[in-house]
Design a protein around this ligand. Structure first.
Ligand code: HAM
Length: 459
């Protein structure tokens, strides 16, 4: 007789979307541990949590990350049937706008109101900073977020279409300081160490001001001019539109050309050079080693001055555990005050890949109820509820006729520290047997004592 699961698989109608993953119950303890460790450390560094929608106006991403970045150009996942769009199709753009916003002139909005799933957090946080006038609330807003991001990338190990980031953004008017850059970098290192990672490297570079970046582009174009014919088709168009992207190209012939190029900090003004020097000194004063990487330019357009990446940890080609940098012009470019900003984001899936599941401690059940027979099953149901109300984790098998052996096996699988056995004798005596699963020791206690005894044992 064929296994019944064959029939299940033959009739399966839906599969998970490519590049996404289910985080099954067995993995949840690892995720919880990462998130709770992160929150503890972030609070120690004075960061507060912020939660923004998972989709935003598509133009927010286009304007902030740059029309020529791969993320905007190829990877934005549009949300086509947003309610306002449907409403617009039905009623006409003008009518809907005046219903929502009062008058068209006030908003300046046009019919294009497409949304996209957020590919990263920075743009949304800046939008929220401006919209909620956070600049008026505090001189420096130190914000963090944890949540899913979406990019229509070609999936591979460590590269997903839905992935999760832990991100921080420190935003405020007149707050640019090499020490803030160093504090944020130090926080990134501390988080990775807290998760149990040690074999990663910190790479750092400075793009300088917008003018310095222009200089950098000119130098890069000059160096690449003679080799244009040997660049891939994408890079040939990047040469004019955004030459920095050539440095990130994964095509092997482009990489060989880039590898042969030599750069230093000649694109930087004296002021930018001095700022960068102070950043590196401040990082060194925290006893953090960093590698100066003059070809590190990052894939998003908003960066100015310091850029950095945490790489390695045995990840293979997708080796960035996290990355970030300063983005001084972005808040004002998006219509906000002239605020300076610096931040980074770490990829949770890549952190988990790098740690390996084993080294994070697994969370176990405090207790598991084993009930033998129908009457004991009903009693176990009530006692379990009683134990749970005392904030002690407890579970039991919802199979009234299950044997002692099968229920003990289940308790073991669930990692229960104590098993509470309730059979006919215990039912008669109003008691349960509490068995310590690590030593095998057993004791018989009355129903009215169970919670107190368990509390004492698990503390
Ligand atoms: P990013 O370099 O695009 O920067 O992403 C940061 C991290 O997110 C990466 O280093 C990686 O660990 C993870 N990540 C990115 N894409 C994927 C993917 N497709 N699959 C799995 N993990 C991925 C940003 O997102 C910037 N917003 C960082 C930042 C914050 N800069 C300033 N503030």
């Amino acid at each position: 007789m064929p296994c019944p699961c064959i029939f299940f698989y033959m009739t399966k109608q839906f599969s998970i979307p490519r590049g996404t993953s289910d985080i099954l119950p067995a993995m949840i303890p690892f995720w919880e541990e990462i998130e709770s460790k992160a929150k503890d450390v972030l609070k120690i560094y004075g960061f507060s949590e912020i939660r923004t929608p998972i989709y935003e106006d598509i133009n927010l991403f286009k304007r902030s990350m740059g029309q020529t970045s791969d993320v905007v150009n190829k990877q934005l996942l549009e949300v086509m049937n947003s309610p306002s769009r449907v409403a617009m199709d039905q009623k006409g753009v003008e009518q809907v706008h005046s219903e929502i916003y009062g008058s068209q002139e006030k908003t300046g909005l046009v019919s294009e109101n497409t949304y996209a799933l957020r590919p990263e957090g920075t743009a949304s946080i800046v939008r929220s900073y401006i919209e909620n006038r956070l600049d008026a609330k505090e001189a420096l807003s130190k914000l963090f977020y944890i949540g899913p991001m979406f990019r229509g990338e070609r999936p591979q190990k460590g590269r997903l279409r839905q992935f999760h980031q832990i991100g921080v953004e420190a935003i405020g008017v007149d707050t640019a300081s090499p020490y803030l850059d160093a504090e944020v970098i130090g926080l990134g290192v501390r988080l990775l160490q807290e998760f149990g990672l040690s074999g990663f490297k910190l790479k750092i570079n400075s793009l300088g001001t917008k003018e310095d970046k222009e200089n950098f582009s000119k130098i890069l174009r000059d160096r690449l001019k003679g080799k244009l014919a040997h660049l891939c088709e994408d890079c040939q168009s990047r040469f004019d539109r955004n030459v920095f992207r050539v440095l990130d190209c994964k095509n092997s012939s482009c990489q060989a050309i880039v590898d042969a190029l030599e750069f230093d900090d000649q694109h930087l003004s004296a002021e930018s050079r001095d700022y960068f020097k102070q950043v590196r000194e401040a990082v060194a004063s925290l006893s953090i080693a960093c590698e100066y990487s003059p070809k590190l330019v990052r894939g998003l357009d908003y960066y100015t001055h310091t850029v950095f990446e945490f790489v390695g940890g045995g990840l293979g080609t997708q080796d960035a555990l996290g990355a970030g940098g300063r983005y001084n012009g972005l808040v004002s470019d998006l219509g906000g005050p002239a605020a300076d900003a610096v931040g980074f984001a770490l990829g949770i899936e890549r952190i988990l890949l790098s740690i390996g599941e084993k080294s994070l401690s697994d969370k176990k059940l405090d207790s598991f109820m084993v009930a033998l027979g129908e009457t004991a099953y009903k009693r176990a149901f009530v006692i379990t509820d009683f134990i749970r109300k005392s904030n002690i984790s407890c579970d039991f098998a919802h199979r009234p006729g299950g044997s002692m052996k099968s229920q003990m096996r289940l308790a073991d699988k669930r990692g229960a520290r104590y098993v509470l056995i309730l059979g006919e004798d215990e039912e008669k005596n109003h008691s349960v047997v509490i068995k310590d699963m690590s030593t095998g020791d057993q004791e018989n206690v009355g129903w009215d004592e169970v919670v107190e005894v368990l509390k004492r044992k698990i503390k």
